[in-house]
Design a protein around this ligand. Structure first.
Ligand code: ZN
Length: 419
């Protein structure tokens, strides 16, 4: 028998944590929070539902005597809403990441772009089952806007459960998503746990006609257009964890002879993910000889004297670097700050207004559209479906009315038994 509990993230985008347990074993999928960091004791954060109610994993007293002989945390992908609680972990419980997620994590930490965690990391490979006591977890390559994303199949020998992680069907790895959908369908899942981020927001008009496009390609084509049509300096602020996109942007700009000059940390992360692509790095005078291996240094002065020959990558914390330029085109591409609700976003916009600079957003979502979410749910056709990772999960359920699917509306921390 397997019990499933939902710890957080039933009505929020992110912090979606589930526990699958038998008498001797438990698997926890994802370990995020909806905030990046909050001060407080583990117990106080548990009470506020910031941290999942696993006091035993945070060094607090155990509330129960249950001790699992075998346990592990499996992370679907490296977004803070799926990992932030790892910073509070005080346990040597193994934390499994995909091989490419782990490589990305190490690279980000080395460059100070992510927190170094004191965690017992383990690696899984796609489609190689990992046995943890009574349970087996098989990860499948999925598609989202970060390298290394997985969907999980969790089995106890009698029951099968699917955890979609964050997913989209309009990205470059659509075939991988369709592959796990087919496998999940064949398994006749007892439960599919599916993200429904897009149901949190009003439906965008025009989305239906566009649904067959690959959003990553659209983003690249938009960037290409901007590069071709402008002689002003192009500044770009991409999201560094989407390594595949960042590499494509770099390649495209190189091809068009307007190479992107990357901030040092970004250039070094990129260097680890491509052997052959030329990577230009902003020479701030502190690069040091060892730091330029494999990178092409360009000073800000060179860019100032050749504004139509370069793109400049700029992360928000280095916004002031752009004070060197009067007029430029700022291409936002899912970097920080990500949206209107962020105070930094207003600061960015007024900074650009003061410099007479145009703001163009070419960012695209890593999440399935509403239609795609329904498509996934219907194609997997699990005996029961849980919709989460959304502020309006019921909207998705309403949309799927008449589909023949059955839904479980979980209550936080309640145990659901699969006999
Ligand atoms: Zn998420």
């Amino acid at each position: 028998m397997t019990n499933i509990r939902f710890l957080n993230g039933l009505n929020t985008i992110g912090a979606s944590i589930a526990e699958f347990s038998t008498s001797s074993t438990r698997i926890i999928t994802d370990f995020g929070m909806t905030v990046n960091f909050q001060i407080g004791t583990a117990q106080s954060l548990i009470e506020k539902h910031v941290l999942p109610n696993f006091p035993e994993l945070f060094g607090e007293e155990r509330k129960t005597n249950v001790r699992y002989k075998h346990e592990a945390i499996f992370i679907t992908h490296l977004h803070l809403d799926h990992t932030a609680a790892l910073a509070y972990l005080k346990s040597d419980i193994p934390v499994y990441l995909s091989r490419s997620s782990y490589k990305l994590y190490c690279s980000l930490v080395k460059q100070g772009l992510d927190l170094a965690l004191n965690v017992n990391f383990q690696i899984f490979d796609y489609e190689v089952p990992v046995n943890i006591g009574d349970l087996t977890v098989t990860a499948y390559q999925s598609d989202h806007d970060v390298l290394g994303v997985a969907a999980f199949l969790i089995e106890d020998g009698k029951h099968s459960f699917g955890q979609s992680g964050d997913v989209r069907l309009n990205g470059p790895h659509k075939e991988d998503v369709n592959k796990w959908i087919t496998i999940f369908k064949k398994k006749q899942l007892d439960l599919l746990i599916l993200e429904a981020t897009s149901f949190s927001f009003p439906e965008k008009s025009g989305l239906k006609e566009n649904k067959k496009i690959n959003v990553e390609l659209k983003c690249l084509r938009d960037f290409e257009d901007i590069l071709n049509k402008n002689n002003d300096l192009i500044v770009i602020n991409p999201y560094p964890r989407n390594i595949e996109r960042v590499l494509e942007l770099n390649r495209l700009a190189n091809e068009l002879n307007k190479p992107i000059v990357w901030e040092k940390q970004y250039a070094k992360v990129l260097r680890e993910f491509t052997e052959s692509d030329p990577i230009f790095v902003l020479d701030d005078g502190n690069l040091g000889l060892n730091n330029t291996i494999g990178l092409i240094p360009v000073t800000i002065l060179t860019i100032m004297n050749n504004i139509s020959h370069f793109c400049l990558q700029n992360s928000f914390e280095n916004l002031e670097n752009l004070s060197n330029f009067y007029k430029f085109i700022y291409v936002h591409c899912n970097g920080d700050p990500i949206g209107e609700y962020d105070l930094h976003y207003q600061r960015l916009k007024s900074f650009l207004r003061n410099r007479n600079s145009e703001f163009i957003d070419i960012g695209v979502s890593g999440h399935a559209t509403r239609e795609e979410i329904c498509e996934i749910a219907m194609n997997v056709a699990a005996k029961k479906t849980v919709i989460w990772h959304s502020s309006k999960p019921n909207e998705a359920i309403k949309e799927l009315e008449g589909s023949g699917l059955h839904f479980l509306n979980p209550i936080r921390e309640k145990k659901y038994h699969f006999e």
